[in-house]
Design a protein around this ligand. Structure first.
Ligand code: BGC
Length: 270
């Protein structure tokens, strides 16, 4: 796994796409979220690294970003708890001095056949992946509208907003939900200068896939589903997020950008 981490350096000033922006990344202390925090900071954004529970990694990340001359804070939040989300977003706005970029990254998955799926597991995945995305987007939009900020909301969706996945029906339902939620609020918020869009990763080498990556056979089997012939790296995704959040993408509204090595091209169908 390669990730933008140590030694961490900011891009040269003329290559920074997000100078002056204020961002929060949910689930920012691991996997795609972690890489995205570093990438946004490298582009000059002040970044709130959201985490749940243990803050050790978030604090380490803040130190690394600050040591390189960037700005970052750690913030704790349960994305499924309304009051917690309100509190954390207010804290971020105050400590960063604004909020104009939300990356809805927090997400979970655990396989269950439909006939074995406990209601609690269904609920847990929908709560984090879909309801959490709603709560954070609503809070961010409220702040951006109140402040008159031209903001951006980026969903970290999945190829599974489009591709059905056996034993992951709850996950697919949550990501399919995120897709139309994103498109609906993109229409609502665009007249206010707030862009909403989705980045949809395919199979990326992150801790969420640690079991598969440790098993050469399962790893190779998934690789066969990727026309490009390799698993994605965190930076493949985080670079797309930084670009999509920047003015370079200022006319992209409500779209899903797949970052999947071609997985959504149905490689097995000949
Ligand atoms: C999941 C990964 C999976 C990938 C492709 C992602 O949304 O989080 O676990 O490898 O989709 O199936």
């Amino acid at each position: 796994m390669t990730e933008r981490s140590e030694p961490f350096t900011l891009h040269p000033p003329d290559a920074r796409l997000l100078e002056g922006r204020h961002a929060i990344v949910t689930g920012g202390d691991s996997g795609i979220g972690r890489g995205t925090c570093f990438e946004l900071a490298a582009h000059g954004a002040a970044v709130a690294v959201d985490h749940q529970g243990d803050d050790a990694e978030a604090r380490r990340m803040v130190e690394a970003i600050e040591a390189a001359g960037g700005r970052a804070i750690a913030v704790q939040m349960d994305v499924t708890a309304e009051d917690d989300v309100t509190r954390a977003f207010a804290q971020v706005r105050q400590e960063l001095g604004g909020l104009d970029l939300l990356v809805n990254n927090a997400g979970i998955e655990k396989p269950f056949a439909l006939t074995e799926m406990p209601l609690a597991e269904w609920q847990r995945v929908i709560d984090v992946n879909l309801t959490g995305t709603f709560l954070c987007s609503r809070e961010a939009a409220r702040i951006m509208r109140r402040d008159g900020a031209r903001g951006t909301i980026v969903m970290i969706s999945s190829v599974h907003e489009q591709i059905p996945w056996v034993t992951f029906s709850h996950y697919c339902a949550s990501k399919g939900g995120v897709k139309l939620f994103a498109q609906s609020i993109a229409r609502e918020l665009a007249p206010h200068g707030i862009r909403v869009l989705s980045i949809a990763p395919g199979a990326i080498a992150t801790p969420i896939n640690a079991d598969i990556l440790a098993d050469p056979e399962r790893k190779a089997k998934i690789q066969e589903e990727i026309p490009l012939g390799r698993w994605g790296e965190v930076e493949d995704v985080s670079r797309a997020v930084a670009w999509a959040a920047s003015d370079q993408a200022s006319y992209i509204v409500g779209a899903t950008i797949f970052v999947d090595g071609g997985m959504t091209l149905y490689p097995r169908f000949i």
